[in-house]
Write a protein that binds this ligand. Sequence first.
Ligand SMILES: *Cc1c(COP(=O)(O)O)cnc(C)c1O
Ligand code: SF4
Length: 433
Amino acid sequence: MVISQRQKEIMEAIGDASIGSWRDWRWQIKHCIRSIDTFQELLGITFSEFQREQFTATINKFPLSITPYYLSLIDSEAYNNDPIFKQSFPGIEETRIMKSEMSDPLHEDQDSPVVGITHRYPDRVLFIVSNICAMYCRHCTRKRRVGDKDSIPNKMQIREGINYIKRTPQIRDVLLSGGDPFLLSTAYLDWILTELGKIKHVEVVRIGTRTPVVLPYRIDTELVTMLKKHQPIWINTHFNHPRELTGSSREAIAKLADGGFPLGNQTVLLSGVNDCPRIMRSLVQKLVANRIRPYYLYQCDLSEGLSHFRTPVGKGIEIMESLIGHTSGFCVPTFVVDAPGGAGKIPVMPNYLISWSTNKVVFRNYEGVISVYKEPDSYEPTFCDRNCDKCEMPLTLDDADERKAIGIEKLLADYDKTISLIPRNNERLARRK
Ligand SMILES: *Cc1c(COP(=O)(O)O)cnc(C)c1O
Ligand code: SF4
């Protein structure tokens, strides 16, 4: 694939280039734009002295890094409104920290049995294996650690993480994240995947990476060949705007899809970038056309300095309303709010259930048509006391997990006697003797 005129100009301005350099991911990383001056030069923009001071103060808190490739997607004529610019260039609003914001709103560091692992859900863990990225997203929820030289996970830490997974048999899904795991060397990632592959109870590994968006050339044959040895691997990427699906990006995605990796996408809902039903519909449709299944749409977290990116939750619900029914089911992500305090991802949807009786359920569809579903006249409920040996429903016990009911599931289960879930420090209960 040929590179654009704009990309040629940027490459020439950077210098240190020969034919093919642009598509060499190491060249891209080596020439990441890390200073306001270089940024101005390459885009032909001049900021005022005051602005430059503000930007510099911002990047002292969270570094600036943009790959020449991602920079080349910015429309320098109208950069102020450009979704690529807004995601990658520091905003002075970032230094404004609101009372409601936190450095670790999701309590990832508290739900952490060993450094680098967050074990929040029963059967899966988040494993931070890298803390650098090719491009530092200004909306990054992990600003407290990403890009910070003091929190680069060393090999000993990674080994401890692997040991935790080894000694915790309920973990069947390991989610490698960061930072960006694809910024590790192929050999190092190969080592991590080999170690995880030796653990019997780990059934699947997921990798979260933004390289297909900001450094598509990283997805080379060497990487894909290495990853293929470690199937099953699911890969989740992070496209936020349809403009990011360029030729180079689509090529990278095709390599991964042809390699046999199921692909998902996580989008962050961002004010002024993609908080628009038309932009979002175009994005999800383009993703699907490129064999990526939209997985989550995230409400922007309460991390420090992100208030200018946040939208009301209602904007996300409005976008879901405009997707469900209007486009293919597999274009529709799940909209989630990652709840502060470590409660995890809470799915949020418009309401489709209007009313119900013992006999009938009333729904509405995306068009506003209201219909009724008649419940069965008789239904023989299966009483479950978890005595599966005696049960008439066929279940091979080897395939059944052994865990107890958790949370609301408890209240619904026949085999659990819990009749209510009570918040800690409930005053009414404190009054009881
Ligand atoms: C998002 C997340 C996961 C994975 O959640 P899924 O809903 O299975 O994709 C696991 N652990 C942590 C800490 C997470 O934030
Ligand atoms: S790619 Fe992910 S971890 Fe890296 S800066 Fe962006 S949001 Fe943060």
